[in-house]
Design a protein around this ligand. Structure first.
Ligand code: SF4
Length: 97
């Protein structure tokens, strides 16, 4: 008889959490060539993202600050077109990989 071991989702969540806290300046980059123009990210994070005249997502501000909506938008983009980096260090904050 074998016993299966599964890594707890809470452990993974805790490991990822520190990068997503604080009020540091963040910059959003949208890879236009990867963006499918679905607008899903805009409906989630309208404070930070909009669809541009070309039908692709774009950042509304040169820099922004952390919000659950922004991280959710980056995480749920089906083509991983959204990248959120910490300005000071260049660290990738979202999507989680
Ligand atoms: S969710 Fe991704 S593919 Fe859809 S509009 Fe936003 S950036 Fe583009």
């Amino acid at each position: 008889m074998s016993v299966e071991h599964h890594q707890s989702p809470e452990v993974l969540g805790d490991a990822a959490a520190p990068a997503r806290t604080g009020s540091d300046e963040l910059v959003i980059r949208v890879e236009k060539l990867h963006c499918a123009g679905s607008g899903v990210c805009v409906s989630v994070a309208g404070r930070d993202l909009a669809l541009g005249p070309d039908g692709r997502a774009m950042a509304l501000h040169a820099t922004t600050t952390a919000s659950e909506e922004l991280f959710e938008a980056a995480d749920m983009c089906p083509t991983e077109a959204i990248r959120v980096h910490r300005v000071a260090t260049g660290e990738l904050v979202a999507p989680l990989e």
